[in-house]
Design a protein around this ligand. Structure first.
Ligand code: DAH
Length: 345
């Protein structure tokens, strides 16, 4: 056997090892390959044995070739071992990844209570109609809540049995109307605002009364504002909230802070106006809001020239709006924490 033939044999062995290593995908297989080629009884040992058949001067050359071939196989083996180990780790990382966002016992995310939802709906609607949203405090002065609203000292609303007094001058606001006074006193005209929030009265709890309830107040003050503007605004808002089939009925009324004053009823939502038990066969629902033209005295109390400016105002029960809209017959359901009820909205 000459050098050339030996070289050929060595490169065949390397080639064979290369192929096997390339196709191996397990550490165990690679170990078998190592034994098969570089082990004691492996292919290289066999090749070494052939060295004795070579001419003496060719032996060192052949020795180098065998060494480098063997090294090459060892390098290929270690590279492949490294690759298989890395792949194994990557696979493990993917398989054992903990999805920290997955939680079977997720807390339920709730939603706004129907009252807040209704207030937000009303505010959004009035915002699209060009009204500003104004905040007012739940505790206000007697002056803002009554005096400047032209409510006389002997008005029943001022009675201890009707209003919660903090002291002689401060009350839990019995309506949202003091926000009108606060806005007008700022003196920025024209005014087009609504303000919603909690209100308080010394009422016994029953299916339509609660000592804490919600109102939304509206006020427009400008030159040339008339009752027609009030009616148009209220008709539009009722249709937007309840639907086009909802009719309105205006009844004369008395409020100290408006002149003339009116109350508004809407079609009974239960019988759609035909007359039923819940509307006492009138076809109209319980009164939803009061309103009127702002009393000149109220304008003057707030430093507004009542010869130049006129205004309209209205106040509505948010709880009642929600009740009519959703056919709820007991106001207490809105404040109880019965999830079976609350989850429906
Ligand atoms: N404040 C009245 C109430 O609580 C509702 C009301 C009526 C507000 C007429 C107004 C209004 O602004 O003009 O019953």
């Amino acid at each position: 056997m000459n050098l050339k033939e030996m070289q050929q044999l060595a490169s065949d062995v390397v080639k064979k090892a290369e192929d096997k290593i390339k196709n191996a995908d397990e550490l165990k297989t690679l170990n078998d390959i190592r034994v098969e080629f570089t082990g004691k009884k492996g292919e290289f040992t066999k090749l070494m044995k052939n060295m004795s058949l070579l001419d003496k001067q060719d032996k060192p050359e052949m020795g180098k070739i065998l060494n480098s071939s063997r090294q090459k196989i060892e390098q290929l083996l270690s590279a492949k071992i490294e690759e298989i180990k890395n792949n194994k780790i990557k696979k493990q990382i993917i398989e054992e990844t903990i999805d920290v966002t997955a939680n079977k016992n997720k807390h339920k995310i709730g939603h706004l209570n129907l009252i807040n939802e209704t207030m937000a709906e009303l505010e959004n609607l009035f915002r699209t109609m060009g009204f500003d949203i104004v905040e007012g405090p739940e505790i206000d002065t007697v002056k803002n809540s009554f005096d400047d609203l032209n409510s006389p000292k002997n008005h029943p609303a001022r009675d201890l049995t009707d209003t919660f007094y903090i002291n002689e001058e401060i009350v839990l606001r019995p309506h949202t109307s003091p926000v009108q006074i606060r806005t007008m006193k700022k003196g920025i005209l024209p005014i087009r605002m609504v303000s919603a929030g909690r209100t308080f009265r010394n009422d016994e709890v029953d299916n339509t009364h609660s000592p804490m309830f919600h109102q939304m107040e509206g006020l427009v003050v400008d030159e040339g504002v008339s009752m027609a503007n009030l009616k148009e605004t209220i008709d539009l808002f009722i249709k937007k909230i309840f639907g086009d089939e909802m009719k309105t009925r205006y009844r004369p009324h008395h409020f100290p802070f408006t002149e003339p004053s009116l109350e508004v009823d809407v079609t009974c939502p239960v019988c759609k106006g035909k007359g039923c038990e819940s509307c006492n066969n009138t076809g109209w629902s319980m009164e939803l809001l009061g309103g009127g033209m702002v009393h000149p005295k109220v304008l003057e109390n707030c430093g507004i020239d009542s010869e130049k400016y006129t205004g309209f105002a209205f106040g509505m029960g948010v709880d009642r709006i929600a009740m009519v809209k959703h056919g709820i017959d007991d106001i207490r359901l809105l404040y109880d924490n019965d999830m079976r009820f609350l989850e429906q909205f």
